[in-house]
Design a protein around this ligand. Sequence first.
Ligand SMILES: Cc1cc2nc3c(=O)[nH]c(=O)nc-3n(C[C@H](O)[C@H](O)[C@H](O)COP(=O)(O)OP(=O)(O)OC[C@H]3O[C@@H](n4cnc5c(N)ncnc54)[C@H](O)[C@@H]3O)c2cc1C
Length: 357
Amino acid sequence: MKTEVAIIGAGPAGSAAAIALSKKGISNVLIDKRRKIGIPVQCAEFVPLNINSYVDLNAVPSLISQEIGFMDVDAGKVIRRVDGKGYILNRDIFDSELASVAVGKGSRLLSGARAYKINPVKNSVEILNVEEKIPDEIYYDYLIIAAGPKPYLDIPQNKTFIYAAQVKTELLKALDSVICYFRAYIPYGYGWLFPKGRLANVGIGIEKSGSYNGGFSLSGSLSRFIEELRAGGLIGTKIIEKTSGLVPVSGLNEITAGNIALCGDSAGLTHPITGAGILSAVISGELAGDYAAESVKKSKNLLSEYKEEIESIFKKPFLTALKKRAELYPKMLDDAGIAENISRLWPSFDEYYKVKS
Ligand SMILES: Cc1cc2nc3c(=O)[nH]c(=O)nc-3n(C[C@H](O)[C@H](O)[C@H](O)COP(=O)(O)OP(=O)(O)OC[C@H]3O[C@@H](n4cnc5c(N)ncnc54)[C@H](O)[C@@H]3O)c2cc1C
């Protein structure tokens, strides 16, 4: 099969790229190993208000589970309320809706198709239909990798990860804020309670490797966190769903390699402290699609401009966050250290509230 642009991954980044390409009349194939786009959900589902500059959430009411007014940062004795307007998504619907919009505009979606080999010389990607095990090869002019956090393919990708585990449980008290918890037993990361109507996404993310984590395991710390929230009367005992996943926290990757552009988690575009990556996936996917489309139209590789634009948006805030991560987390391995350093680690993250220019 031949297409102008092949896209690996139909998460928010890949679908945003496909929409941008189809809007400009460029043929594109969106490849995803999942049979049903958006399922399973491996996410706490919070997006800042500014997502509306890219995806009009109000156009499809079922995309939003609930509105959020604030972010509460709970560091034990210190609790700070910062600006945190946004939404808790129904992430499964969000991802499948974006892919459907792309298809509606002309993208070809191959779901249940795993990309397992890129041939940069032939400009092709080999795929395998996950059910029938039928191989196929897609030839492209440009390739967009939007395959999430794991470095599946031979392209330099994420090096350091937060290991995240989450449960969906009953929320006993209505909340209009997302709460982030800093605890000594959640080293180099944090715990979260994000309300979803009468339910809540409750999870933790920790950096597992290295001696600094004091021997805390992901499952042990999650159980302890859940117990703390239960004891505080915030959540019930019923576990409705469990999920886990990786969050890259090593900062920006290479972004481009010849006629290949990376976006979303594949480009390392999750914030090194908050772990947020949905909005940056959409922003980078849309830009990757735009620049790949212009490259096809002008028969000239313009992906270096994509790289420049991504770096102009994300490089500075991500470098600041990486520096803070390296400097402050080692000082936050006990309660006193958390109380002393939290306001330097976690201010209000202005970059998420900027409006698209
Ligand atoms: C537990 C957890 C909670 C999180 N909570 C939040 C949150 O509240 N807010 C926030 O902003 N961010 C959150 N994140 C991060 C956020 O989920 C990601 O940043 C976001 O999903 C990135 O989008 P993406 O399109 O780059 O990648 P993904 O959403 O990971 O999509 C990648 C797609 O590529 C497909 N794929 C992968 N490999 C292949 C292959 N070889 N062949 C074919 N298809 C492939 C996958 O099936 C997937 O559909 C969280 C992450 C985790 C793990």
